[in-house]
Design a binder for this molecule. Structure first.
Ligand code: NAP
Length: 272
């Protein structure tokens, strides 16, 4: 999608972090913006912020409370958004639930919430927007994680969910292509957001050390790669040099070397 001007972008998890910054950058490119998340107050704050970054007053910024884990709720919210703001050209399935801890502390309820949000949530949003995207020959963005490409210790729930989101995107891409819909799969390393602030309360330090080998990217950097991914119709987008290098390690030297590096880091940082 070369020219984003005047396009309608729906963004789940648009009230915070990567979703909010991507909305800001798309508004600055002339897009109409529709944000979805659960907390209405946070959504309204986000709306006020985005209004200041529009290129023109005519650009609409709408908000809709929605829990991505509720398929009927998603269907209803997308329908309401289409009526109020118009059908989407771009749908960014970004809403996510983080979690990092030893597996023994990862209860069924946590595991379920993470998978419901990061897997079924993505499924629900893509399923409900598909007819509109087909009509507009639009573009889907799935925000997964580098943790869905490279297995990281401490992420039995989160990593499982992101590997599933990556699998979903890879299975879906050719099917969407036949309908004229583009798909970008985004796999960032750590990005300082409220999700990470919460996650580091429980993520063991030896596991965080493994994760940080892939580096840290700012929300601005990640959102820029998302916007470029849409403009250039890229499939897999991995923001940052160290993240790309980590991905290359597991892709071209799977098993032995990447497991050896992970085990070494865990051993070293468990002692310190
Ligand atoms: N930060 C990182 O290090 C990092 C790295 C790789 C990938 N990612 C991925 O990037 C995406 C955005 O994360 P972030 O770091 O920007 O997190 P964030 O700042 O905590 O934002 C999460 C957003 O998702 C919304 N959300 C959470 N659960 C939801 C639900 N059930 N239904 C609807 N909205 C929901 C939140 O709003 P409400 O709570 O109001 O619903 C919020 O707007 C996630 O998919 C995450 O897995 C993040």
């Amino acid at each position: 999608m070369k020219d984003l001007h005047g396009k309608q972008a729906y963004i789940t998890g648009g009230s915070s972090g990567i979703g909010l910054e991507t909305a800001r950058q798309l508004a600055a490119k002339g897009c109409h913006i529709t944000l979805f998340a659960r907390d209405s107050q946070k959504l309204e704050k986000a709306r006020q912020l985005i209004l200041n970054f529009r290129k023109a007053q005519a650009q609409k910024v709408e908000i809709f409370p929605m829990d991505v884990t509720n398929p009927q709720g998603v269907e209803d919210a997308i329908k309401a958004a289409v009526e109020a703001a118009g059908p989407p050209d771009i749908v960014i399935a970004n809403a996510g639930q983080g979690h990092g801890d030893y597996f023994e502390n990862t209860t069924y309820a946590i595991f379920d919430r993470v998978l419901q949000t990061n897997v079924y949530g993505v499924r629900n949003v893509v399923a409900s927007s598909l007819p509109y995207l087909q009509e507009k020959q639009g573009h889907v963005v799935i925000v997964a994680s580098l943790g869905g490409m490279a297995a990281m210790p401490g992420y039995t729930a989160y990593g499982t969910s992101k590997f599933a989101a990556v699998g979903f995107a890879k299975c879906l891409r050719p099917e969407l292509k036949t309908k004229g819909i583009g798909l970008t799969l985004v796999c960032p390393p750590e990005v300082p957001t409220p999700m990470v602030d919460e996650e580091i309360q429980t993520l063991p330090k030896e596991f965080r050390a493994v994760k940080l080998m892939a580096g840290i990217q700012s929300v601005e950097q990640v959102s820029r790669t998302i916007v470029r991914g849409i403009e250039k119709n890229r499939f897999v987008v991995i923001p940052g040099f160290l993240a790309k290098a980590s991905y290359a390690l597991v892709k071209f030297l799977p098993g032995l070397l990447s497991n050896w590096v992970t085990d070494l880091m865990v051993r070293q940082h468990s002692k310190s």
